[in-house]
Write a protein that binds this ligand. Structure first.
Ligand code: 13P
Length: 249
């Protein structure tokens, strides 16, 4: 059976002091969890988060990386810098970066490859806008993202990607896809992975749901057959709320 992976995405929230305060409370609340727990924090909080979670069952990730190892790229943080400080996960292709930073699938693909080349697991976000859903092209959009973002990855690498299905209309809106709807898309994504990489990869790959996940809806979502956990935004900012999501069963 696949493990459940619950990841938090703090987005542009919390400073290092708030980060230490968060983990002081959070680590005790989730210490007995059998689920994999990841917190993707802002770069400015990474050092505090790594220090606060050393020796615990909590992993620290980032929300982005630059695919170049070094260079004249003002303001960016490279895949090698993250590897050097022991980062194991990074979000790649979040819809907010695609939308506000014009990140294309070709660019996302470079980040996927750079992550693997530096022993970092990418949490790849895919998902449709409300307009695309209503136009009946949600699956077309997601398939395009998957084909282009996975381009050139080996089966071994593909198996280790964490896919986060995040319908854009459900992010930060309080509107959650129904558990059945979310599961149907996650199941369909798994079928497409099977077509691209075969049954073994499809069976093992982790597919999360993201978009207004909260303590009150986590159980019904995570109990579904093809939803292997969640990528949680707003509800991951408070230790008690996020702990309830992690401890959903
Ligand atoms: P919310 O949980 O705040 O809707 O955000 C979801 C998300 O974008 C996680 O990456």
């Amino acid at each position: 059976m696949r493990r459940k992976v619950i990841a938090g995405n703090w987005k542009m929230n919390h400073n290092p002091v708030e980060t230490r305060e968060f983990f002081e409370v959070f680590k005790g609340l989730v210490k007995d969890s059998e689920n994999e727990i990841i917190l993707c924090v802002p770069y400015i909080d990474v050092a505090a988060a790594l220090e606060a979670t050393a020796g615990t069952n909590i992993k620290i990730g980032t929300q982005n990386l630059n695919h170049e190892e070094s260079g004249a790229l003002t303001g960016d943080i490279s895949c090698k810098m993250l590897q050097d400080i022991g980062i194991q996960y990074t979000i790649v292709g979040h819809s907010e970066r695609r939308q506000y930073h014009n990140e294309t699938d070709e660019f996302v693909n470079l980040k996927m490859k750079a992550a693997f080349a530096h022993d970092i697991i990418p949490i790849l976000c895919v998902g449709e806008t409300l307009k695309e859903r209503e136009a009946g092209i949600a699956k077309y959009k997601i398939l395009t993202q998957i084909v282009l973002d996975f381009d050139g990855l080996t089966a071994e690498q593909a198996k280790n990607v964490v896919i986060a299905y995040e319908p854009i209309w459900a992010i930060g809106t309080g509107k959650t896809a129904t558990a059945e709807d979310a599961n149907e898309v996650c199941q369909w994504i798994r079928d497409e992975i099977k077509t691209l990489y075969g049954a073994e990869v499809a069976e093992e790959i982790i597919i999360q749901y993201g978009g207004s996940v909260k303590a009150s809806n986590a159980k019904e979502l995570f109990e579904m057959s093809d939803i292997d956990g969640g990528l949680v935004g707003g509800a991951s900012l408070k230790p008690d709320e996020f702990a309830k999501i992690v401890n959903w069963r």
